[in-house]
Design a protein around this ligand. Structure first.
Ligand SMILES: CC(C)(COP(=O)(O)OP(=O)(O)OC[C@H]1O[C@@H](n2cnc3c(N)ncnc32)[C@H](O)[C@@H]1OP(=O)(O)O)[C@@H](O)C(=O)NCCC(=O)NCCS
Length: 176
């Protein structure tokens, strides 16, 4: 399976990232409205999502994370981040966070394209080990297994869905 031809993954930083805050926020708000357990509780507005991404943009500016976005034309349809900043004894480790694809663009390989670029850019940033966690039983779990990630195990009741129901989490790792 290859990335859809019309999808372009770009690394965003600085002014270009700030210009895309509304597009990124729209993807996050859509995912939370769809019930994704990605840190936030309902009700979650576009403005809430914009505040979240403005915070991520500050982290990018500080060199503590990478932020990638998938574009269909000039519209942001997906995004992912690589956390880079860990204690001094883990300089080789990164973490994948906030892999999000808007509902109307799913099932076309957008997430797979984002993950391929995230791993490539993490490697270029000197990372040789990545970790992530995701809701057990959600589509993302299948994606990570398909992309060669190893599941460590399940933590029961780790987080909540936006509506307050508890969900289990599966922890994954991958060497680059
Ligand atoms: C998880 C998530 C990012 C996946 O995004 P996506 O772009 O739909 O992912 P992909 O298209 O790469 O893969 C999804 C499915 O489409 C299939 N697919 C991909 N390209 C395809 C194509 N061209 N034709 C047919 N099927 C295709 C994949 O095989 C996969 O199948 P599966 O569900 O049986 O595993 C998305 O569902 C999402 O944003 N969920 C909410 C947020 C979330 O849970 N994020 C993870 C946090 S860790």
């Amino acid at each position: 399976m290859t990335a859809p031809e019309q999808i372009e993954v770009r690394r965003l930083e600085g002014e270009v990232l700030r210009e895309q805050l509304d597009g990124l926020a729209a993807v996050l708000a859509d995912c939370v409205a769809g019930g994704a357990s990605v840190s936030y509780m309902a009700p979650f507005s576009h403005e809430d999502a914009r505040v979240a991404f403005a915070g991520f943009a500050r982290e990018v500016e500080a060199g503590r994370r990478l932020l990638l976005a998938a574009f269909d034309g000039e519209t942001v349809v997906g995004t992912v981040q690589v956390l880079l900043s860990f204690p001094p004894n883990q300089p080789h480790r990164g973490e994948i966070a906030k892999l999000l694809v808007r509902r109307s663009s799913r099932g076309r390989g957008v997430a797979q394209a984002l993950m391929a670029r995230a791993e490539q850019d993490a490697r270029a940033a000197g990372k040789t080990l990545l970790v992530l966690d995701t809701v057990t039983g959600d589509p993302a779990e299948r994606l990570y297994a398909r992309l060669g990630w190893t599941a460590v195990g399940v933590i029961p009741g780790y987080a909540l869905y936006p509506d307050g129901r508890p969900c289990d989490t599966t922890v994954f790792w991958k060497t680059l």
